[in-house]
Write a protein that binds this ligand. Structure first.
Ligand SMILES: Cc1cc2nc3c(=O)[nH]c(=O)nc-3n(C[C@H](O)[C@H](O)[C@H](O)COP(=O)(O)O)c2cc1C
Length: 262
């Protein structure tokens, strides 16, 4: 059934996970008590610039869950598509049953310089992460950690050149009731476009944002109290035809940017 002019049709909630793919799954690696483990995780993200935080969803039944929680340290490794043969070892079988699964997958690890987290030698990139928080949510817990060191092959030059690195993407498993086959892919060529930040008519909105932000920063720097600052910010927002109710959000942004505690 079509429910929108663009041809969007309603899909079942069972399919939603695969709606979010393709993604680049990371290999979460960790070591505790002499045991090294690693697993694929498609559900991960950077979650803050300052501090530099990442989050990854790990189900409690994963062997890697125990290693990360006990050691408080982990690494996220990015694999090149050329390593796709190792995927079933990393993502289908638990180290509970195959303790040396990384070795069997042909993956060697070394200890990261910053935290000693196990890093995959052949990874295209890896970050060492110090566990900050575990948030219990649904059937997976959200592990938040601070990135303290990062490594990449030459192909990364501030951005990926994508000449040597062919990212390994995951598109999900085949649809039920078909037997589970996981679909991995990479691109053989890319369409690329570079777009100026807020180009054309958008430039004036960005200019306005900067003007307001600068005024707010000055107000917060000089205000005697939070209340004074909020009153002044409300006035500035009204002057600019913006919603005065948002004063608190501007205030909090300024506090963050000034590196102050509330
Ligand atoms: C592509 C892919 C992505 C996955 N993403 C996640 C994930 O985000 N979180 C999770 O807990 N498990 C995820 N899994 C499942 C684990 O990687 C899998 O259960 C693994 O065998 C656990 O290994 P372990 O028990 O040795 O830690 C994923 C599997 C695959 C193949």
């Amino acid at each position: 059934m079509r429910v929108s002019g663009l041809g969007l049709k309603r899909i079942g909630l069972d399919d939603v996970e695969r709606l979010f793919y393709p993604v680049v799954p990371v290999v979460v690696t960790a070591e505790y008590g002499g045991r090294i483990g690693g697993m694929f995780a498609a559900w991960w993200s950077q979650v803050s610039f300052k501090p530099l935080l990442v989050g990854v969803a790990i189900a409690p039944e994963r062997y890697t869950y125990k290693l990360v929680k006990s050691s408080g340290v982990f690494a996220l490794n990015f694999l090149d598509f050329s390593r796709v043969d190792s995927a079933p070892f990393i993502g289908d079988v638990s180290a509970r049953f195959l303790p040396d699964k990384l070795e069997k997958a042909g993956l060697k690890v070394f200890k990261g310089k910053a935290l000693g987290a196990p890093i995959i030698e052949d990874a295209a990139a890896a970050v060492e992460v110090k566990l900050v928080k575990v948030v219990e949510l649904g059937d997976h817990d959200w592990f938040v950690g601070e990135v303290v060191a990062a490594y990449a092959i030459e192909d990364f030059d501030g951005v990926w050149r994508l000449e040597r690195y062919k990212p390994l993407f995951y598109l999900g498993r085949t649809k039920r009731p078909q037997p589970v086959r996981r679909i991995y892919l990479t691109a053989s060529g890319w369409e690329r476009v570079e777009i100026d930040f807020a180009p054309g008519e958008l430039a004036r909105y960005d200019k306005q944002r900067k003007e307001v932000l600068n005024k707010v920063l000055k107000i917060v720097e000089n205000a005697e109290s939070r209340e004074d600052a909020l009153r002044e910010i409300r006035r500035v927002l009204e002057e600019h035809g913006l919603e005065a109710d948002d004063a608190i959000l501007y205030y909090e942004e300024a506090i963050r940017r000034l590196g102050r505690k509330q």
